[in-house]
Design a protein around this ligand. Structure first.
Ligand code: UDX
Ligand code: ADP
Length: 463
């Protein structure tokens, strides 16, 4: 089959940037990104591409270059499905909040809905590509829905996991370490793999395009994220020991990272990892292992999450303990709310959990994040369902300016590694704060000695 049209279901952090880059690199293809969320589609279509719903360095330029030429954003889901030869499924797969596997398994209701929609409208053979992170064997479920509810047309299901990291999505997409495509070992399966390989080969060297069976591909995605998260939990697991013994985790990370077998990346101690993938994917892995009765395997990976939760809790506890065991009525200012720098995404951000703990202790939390607004901050807290929306709103306030956010504060907590934070006039912040002025650097981005010289009581992670 000749590929001329692609449809992507889901205009989120994965679907949007991925399709923008495919559009840029494949001007001969027409790509339509669809979403049920009208507001989101309207934002993608905003005349000013700086207003697109996702902040990602370089993205708005790629959208400006391609939108209206061969990249389209639309709510007409069925039309786009019907016309395309390849359909990417890029919808969200949150952890289940109800029923069997609650808090662990992936909620596949959005995926199932997509499969049913595709089955309903497809009038000719299609290649369906799983782009969302999915539990192993989801492809089988999608195939079963498509084959049993469809109009008798043939579907090939491919697993093509996304490895982009937010904040660097465009460069990750342009220069991927590898592209992974899993498909059936049948002749039709191999043809479908070839069709998708040909698309990526427009800009990715062929030797970086790896093909496997569907299940290896699905499991590789979960495994990659589990390994990355494990490195962070491993380094974080030593921070408490460093604080007790006088070792410095930054020095330890540097020393071990120079061993070429270990390598220097993903060894930055922090207040804890966040993001939409790590926790969800590990929980998924744990759930799958448990469902096969592999309890040791499940417990091994679960520990990565337990350590991360401990790290967040420990950070909040340390603030309370250091501030003379009470933060009631005290102003604690957060620099950063996003789960990492260079994104406006806040899913699973450590800041949410730290704020929740501090509000329980009746602190007044003030926030400055260059890309996150008050509405988002409050909806993140409301999502935890710890207290009413009114109570959250009464205890948290966000500011457009870091100096205002820190005015009169008892302590500042750095929760996202935004580069601008390291370049502030910290003397000015110090002068505006209550004394003694405390800084809790949850990202180890400030210079400890300089902060102490200004007069701050400085607490980093693991030093
Ligand atoms: C991750 C994977 O990196 C990516 O390949 C996959 O496709 C999706 O999940 P993402 O969640 O966007 O990407 O960001 P990542 O850079 O992995 O960071 C995740 C979290 O770990 C962030 O909160 C980050 O601040 C934290 N982190 C990262 C650390 O605390 N220390 C580190 O050394 C690295
Ligand atoms: P990710 O980080 O995986 O891209 P997001 O939540 O940012 O996740 O994006 C997923 C998008 O998928 C959301 O905008 C959501 O509205 C959309 N979506 C979910 N189910 C469907 C569906 N059946 N049809 C169209 N869009 C959907």
């Amino acid at each position: 089959m000749e590929i001329t049209k692609i449809c992507c279901i889901g205009a989120g952090y994965v679907g949007g940037p991925t399709m923008a880059v495919i559009a840029q690199k494949c001007p001969h293809l027409t790509i339509t990104v669809v979403d049920l969320n009208q507001e989101r589609i309207d934002a993608w279509n905003d005349e000013n591409t700086d207003n697109i719903p996702i902040f990602e360095p370089g993205l708005s330029a790629v959208v400006a270059e391609t939108r209206g030429k061969n990249l389209f954003f639309s709510n007409a889901v069925e039309k786009a499905i019907e016309e395309a030869q390849i359909i990417f499924i890029s919808v969200n797969t949150p952890t289940k909040t109800y029923g069997k596997g609650k808090g662990m398994a992936a909620d596949l209701k959005y995926i199932e809905l997509c499969a049913r929609q595709i089955a309903k409208v497809a009038k000719d053979n299609k290649i369906v590509v799983e782009k969302s992170t999915l539990p192993v064997r989801t492809a089988e479920a999608i195939k079963s829905i498509l084959d049993n509810t469809g109009n008798g047309v043939q579907f090939q299901i491919l697993s093509n996991p996304e490895f982009l990291a937010e904040g660097t999505a465009i460069s990750d997409l342009l220069h991927p370490d590898r592209i992974l495509i899993g498909g059936d070992q049948t002749a039709e399966g191999q043809k479908a793999i070839q069709a998708l390989t040909d698309i990526y080969a427009n800009w990715v060297p062929r030797d970086k395009i790896l093909t496997t069976n569907v299940w290896s591909s699905e499991l590789s995605k979960l495994t990659a994220n589990a390994f990355l998260a494990q490195r962070i939990s491993s380094i974080n697991a030593l921070t408490e020991l460093c604080e007790k013994t006088g070792a410095d985790i930054n020095e330890v990370a540097r020393a071990i990272g120079m061993d070429s077998r270990i390598g220097p990346k993903f060894l930055k101690a922090s207040v804890g990892f966040g993001g939409s993938c790590f926790k969800k994917d590990i929980l998924n892995l744990v759930y799958i292992a448990k469902s096969y009765g592999l309890n040791e395997t499940a417990a091994y990976w679960e520990q990565v999450i337990i350590m991360n939760d401990h790290q967040k809790k420990r950070f909040a506890d340390k603030i309370v303990k250091t501030l003379y065991n009470t933060v009631a009525g005290k102003k604690i200012s957060f620099l950063g709310w996003a789960f990492k720098k260079n994104t406006n995404d806040t899913r699973e951000s450590a800041a949410i959990y730290i704020a929740d703990d501090l509000i329980n202790e009746q602190a007044a939390v003030c926030v400055y994040d260059p890309k996150v607004n008050q509405k988002k901050i409050l909806s993140d807290l409301d999502y935890l369902e710890t207290r009413s929306s009114q109570e959250n709103a009464a205890n948290v306030q966000s500011f457009d300016n870091p100096f205002e956010a820190c005015q009169g504060a008892h302590a500042v907590a750095v929760l996202t590694e935004w580069e601008e934070f390291a370049h502030y006039d910290w003397k000015k912040i110090y002068d505006a704060m209550q004394k003694p002025a405390f800084v809790f650097d949850g990202r180890n981005i400030l210079n400890k000695k300089e902060m102490q010289k200004i007069g701050f009581v400085y607490h980093g992670i693991g030093s």
